[in-house]
Design a protein around this ligand. Structure first.
Ligand code: NAD
Length: 276
């Protein structure tokens, strides 16, 4: 029996990572859009991979468990790649918190219970998590350790404390980083590792929705004025995943790697710094 990779999110970033490290594995890909999952399954199966598509909703624990149960039918789970998510221009505040914040936390928890020794996981947060001022240590700890079913009841996540969808997205992505730290401790007890990648602007359907959305000019300015002077590609995110998930990354766990062409650096100390 082959080892199994669970891939959530049949988007460009998820597919690029799966193509880079999914050889020789059974890949079970879950996406809210079965069509998206089927599309990448076809592309990858025609390129020598072994991919089974499934419909799944990251915001539902039942749906996550269902995906894991299906994956376990093929063998032991040795890899998790979570690249499912919704962006600020794609969904309202509530959906962003339910999918990107709560759903990610549940997925890391549930896969953490079953992943085999030596297994590795990676989740995708965002540079957006680095664009807010630091939260208090108490708030960080709440995001890291609050039991998953209580997360969405945290006061800081209530509608009166969330300004708009961008703020919801930033909080979700900050939470992803904190959750990865706390979960990596538990994953370590099973001899497994878990990390996070925080990408800047990567050209994918999600980013294209942002370019065409209400903050389009803001995004285009961001990549024009970042040190790299361009948006990134999903394959460049896969470069980082390959390091984190392979033997060269054996000492890396509980980490977030920022890959943003320097946009965050410029936001704090360069031309992208917000004007007072
Ligand atoms: N593209 C960027 O510029 C960028 C930057 C930073 C972070 N990210 C993050 O990368 C991840 C992947 O995004 P992408 O750019 O590859 O986008 P994408 O649009 O190519 O893929 C995202 C996929 O997630 C799926 N999805 C949405 N809601 C879901 C749900 N509830 N359950 C299951 N699947 C769901 C979508 O159907 C889609 O197939 C997201 O978490 C996103 O926030 C993207």
């Amino acid at each position: 029996m082959k080892d199994v990779m669970i891939l959530t999110g049949a988007g460009q970033i998820g597919m690029a990572i799966a193509r880079r490290i999914g050889f020789g594995k059974k890949i079970v890909v879950g996406d809210k859009s079965l069509k998206n999952a089927e599309t990448i399954a076809k592309i990858m199966n025609e390129a020598g991979f072994d991919v089974t598509p499934m419909e799944m909703d990251l915001s539902s624990r039942e749906s996550i468990r269902n995906l894991i149960d299906e994956a376990l039918k093929y063998g032991e789970i040795s890899m998790l790649v979570n690249a499912a998510g919704v962006s600020p221009s794609q969904a309202p505040v509530e959906a962003i918190l339910k999918v990107d914040l709560y759903g990610t936390a549940v997925l890391l928890e549930e896969v953490g219970k079953v992943i085999k020794e030596g297994g590795v996981g990676v989740t995708i947060s965002s540079q957006s998590g680095h664009r807010m001022p630091a939260l208090t240590p108490e708030k960080d700890e709440l995001l890291a350790t609050t039991p998953t079913e209580e997360l969405l009841s945290l006061e800081m996540l209530q509608p009166e404390n969330i300004r708009d969808t961008l703020h919801a997205y930033q909080m979700a992505k900050r939470c992803n980083e904190k959750r990865v730290m706390a979960e990596a401790v538990k994953w370590g007890e099973r001899g497994t590792r878990l990390n996070d990648i925080a990408p800047g602007i990567i050209v994918t359907p999600l980013a294209i929705d942002e370019f065409n959305g209400p903050r389009g000019d803001f995004y285009k300015n961001m990549f024009a004025k970042c040190p790299a002077g361009r948006p990134g590609t999903a394959d460049e995110v896969a470069n980082v995943a390959e390091l984190l998930m392979g033997p060269a990354g054996a000492f890396i766990t509980g980490s977030t790697i920022l890959i943003d062409g320097g946009a965050t650096a410029s936001y704090y100390y360069g031309p992208l710094k917000p004007q007072e």
